[in-house]
Design a protein around this ligand. Structure first.
Ligand code: IVH
Length: 675
């Protein structure tokens, strides 16, 4: 039955798309579609050709694998073709593969297989004569690739001379394997590039491919590629191995790296177990793998089974579930994190990925979206690695329709409508409203923390409960709680309710520096809060100060001044301050703060290491509020070094200069005596 016109058209379309994808992948090293998409298209074409053989053409991508060698490098002809592999995508397809092996091999019993990780790099072939590496090339179309000997020689795991101990070296051997880049080496390479302000490489595979095709072998060497051997082509030796497993051992003995996870199993059940294990473990490996290569172990059986076209009947590649997929980016939305950062995320047309349906993915920040040129309406590539949240890798530019506008982050907080601030040089934009519901739990926790208002009992947990039960809409609400309301909360006995109220009451007298720190104004840590308190004396004076007046204070720079002005320009922030004052919270600086004269006046402290219960900022706030100064480095002028665990050079320096060293308890004692 001749194929209907529609099928003919579809077959042509598939051929064109696959050929184009092949060219981009194998010749240009610049793939535009994922392996999974490619496999799906190829499979569709194979199925079409299977049921309508008249659709099969001699230039169909199903009739050859790979692409033509690109101009530039001399051709490298393979003495024996480098084969490709058919794929299996699930357990049933592995069982079908095994059934076919046994049928064609006329075998009733179990067949033994080797399982090898399918490393995602580039297949290369290395020719050794008399034990010496004489040439090497890429796979190309399987019959001929490109001769890249000089670049291959830069790969340290490729022996330039075979190790043969006192045996005679093979007269001739072609060793095949995968040239690849380790994830850790990829990260190092990109760190070095970042230091030189170069654009980072996208992924290890393309970086390895690019490395092998460098004109200058020095540039290839910089990429620090690795090599795993897994097969031979031509082999002229006196006692050839009889199985794939022996072959791997033989390659090892010649000085090659053979992947240590390769395993020999007695039957297809063992293959299924292996595949499951490594699908789980893939993220923990230092190289990317996209599946498992399964080979009939017995080489005599392999020879009997032979090949169909370029696919051997004795091997199959089990492909792991996709980690990348394409889908439409419906919209870019923004959520507000608990510290006020605006986090853009992608709303996606639902797509299956790694066994789950994905509808959202992170987009990091505005700059990243613009750098990758991601726009609403684009078809995008989404990636999921391990358990982490899916990410948008980038748009598929040739599928963009029209000219959608580049992304712009909203200028108002999507949760509360307040101004958004993104200081120069910072990647994250933030909501400026201290009462923004998205940030409330974190804001209340910070306000009550030790270096701020030090309200015992109001930690992360209670802050969350208070906000969830809508008893607290801003930090000022803490001072309007009553026992009845608290008692109604889960796990809040009357006793602990009144303890919390007493702690809140006691916090009213902490003074301006601690209030300012507690407000969580960006860039106003403990020390800056103390400087502002000492200078201005009341919260109203701080709120009314202009940027110029603020920068006139020693230690307050323009960015801090800008942040303070922006904070008090927000109406909800001013209302919250008014409520604090109305509740009787002391928003003025005690005398000691204004004109430091206490025991700590003029004393310089250096903080180092991790204190048991105070953060560095909290300790600085307490010291500053008591009139002391915190400095970054130890000198003869330092009065005290406060050292926690893992204190390093600063502690050593203090000891060598005989500067007194305090632990947290010592600091508290000193503060109490200064109070
Ligand atoms: S054997 C029949 N073994 O997978 C023998 N290939 O399509 C064909 N690969 O281009 C190759 N790890 O780049 C073989 N342990 C392994 C492999 C492996 C990765 C790649 C290789 C080849 C592709 C097969």
């Amino acid at each position: 039955m001749p194929a209907p016109k529609a099928l003919e058209r579809r077959a042509r379309e598939l051929r064109e798309r696959l050929n184009e994808a092949n060219h981009r992948y194998h010749v240009l090293d610049d793939p535009q579609i994922s392996d999974e998409d490619y496999d799906a298209l190829l499979r569709e074409l194979l199925d079409l050709e299977e049921s309508h053989p008249e659709l099969r053409t001699s230039d169909s991508p199903t009739q050859r694998v790979g692409g033509a060698p690109s101009a530039g490098f001399p051709p490298y002809v393979h003495a024996r073709p480098m084969l490709s592999l058919a794929n299996a995508f699930d357990e049933d397809e592995l069982l079908a593969f095994d059934a076919r092996v046994r049928k064609l091999g006329g075998i009733e019993a179990d067949v033994a297989y080797t399982c090898e990780l399918k490393i995602d790099g580039l297949a290369v072939s290395l020719r050794y004569e008399g034990g010496r590496l004489v040439a090497g090339g890429t796979r190309g179309d399987g019959s001929a690739g490109e001769e890249i000997t000089a670049n291959l020689r830069t790969i340290k795991s490729i022996p330039l001379e075979l190790r043969t101990a006192n045996r005679k070296p093979p007269r001739r051997i072609d060793v095949r394997g995968e040239a690849y880049l380790r994830k850790s080496d990829f990260a190092k390479l990109n760190a070095r590039r970042a230091a030189r302000e170069l654009r980072p490489f996208e992924n290890p595979r393309n970086t390895a491919a690019g490395g092998l095709r460098q004109r200058d072998p020095k540039l290839a060497a910089e990429r620090a590629l690795s090599f795993y051997a897994y097969a031979v082509g031509e082999l002229d030796v006196d006692h050839p191995p009889a199985s794939q497993w022996e072959l791997l051992e033989f390659l090892r003995s010649l000085g090659f790296r053979v992947n240590e996870h390769a395993a020999r199993v007695d039957a297809i059940r063992g293959v299924i177990g292996y595949v499951k294990e490594f699908e789980e473990r893939r993220e923990s490996l230092d190289y990317e793998i996209d599946g498992v290569v399964v080979k009939v172990d017995d080489l005599a059986l392999q020879a009997r089974l032979g090949s169909v076209g370029k696919d051997p009947r004795w091997a199959v590649a089990f492909k792991f579930r996709a980690r990348e997929a394409r889908t439409k980016l419906l919209a870019i939305e923004v959520n507000v994190g608990r510290t006020g950062t605006l986090n853009p995320y992608a709303v996606l047309e639902p797509v299956r990925l790694g066994g789950v349906t994905v509808t959202n993915a992170t987009l990091h920040n505005e700059e990243d979206i613009r750098r990758k040129d991601i726009r609403a309406g684009d078809v995008v590539i989404v990636r999921r690695a391990g358990d982490v949240i899916p990410q948008v890798v980038g748009p598929v530019l040739e599928l963009r329709e029209g000219d959608p506008p580049p992304y712009e982050l909203p200028v108002r907080c999507p949760v509360c409508g307040a101004d958004v601030d993104r200081p120069e040089g910072e990647v994250m934009a933030r909501c400026t409203n201290a009462t923004c519901p998205a940030q409330l739990v974190e804001r209340v926790r910070h306000f009550a923390s030790r270096g701020a208002m030090d309200i015992e009992g109001v930690g992360d947990q209670l802050a969350r409960v208070l906000v969830e039960h809508q008893l607290v809409h801003d930090a000022g609400d803490l001072y309007h709680l009553d026992v009845t309301a608290l008692r109604a909360l889960p796990r809040m006995a009357e006793k602990s309710g009144s303890n919390v109220l007493a702690a809140i009451e006691a916090s009213k007298g902490r003074g301006l520096a601690r209030v300012l720190f507690g407000l969580g104004i960006r860039m106003v840590g403990g020390q800056n809060a103390a400087l502002l308190a000492a200078e201005f004396g009341t919260i109203d004076a701080v709120a009314a100060a202009t940027e110029d007046e603020l920068t006139a204070v020693e230690g307050i720079g323009p960015e801090i001044a800008r942040s303070v002005v922006l904070f008090f320009a927000q109406e909800p922030n001013r209302a919250m301050v008014a409520r604090l004052k109305a509740a009787g919270v002391n928003c003025t600086a005690p005398k000691r703060e204004r004109a430091p004269a206490g025991a700590l006046a003029g004393k310089t402290f250096v903080l180092t290491g991790t204190l048991p219960s105070l953060t560095r900022d909290e300790a600085a706030s307490l010291i500053a509020a008591a009139g002391g100064k915190v400095s970054g480095s130890v000198s003869k002028k330092t009065d005290y070094v406060v050292a926690g665990s893992e204190a390093g050079a600063k502690l050593a320096k203090a000891e060598s200069l005989a500067v007194p060293v305090l632990d947290e308890a010592g600091l508290r004692e000193l503060l109490a005596s200064a109070g």
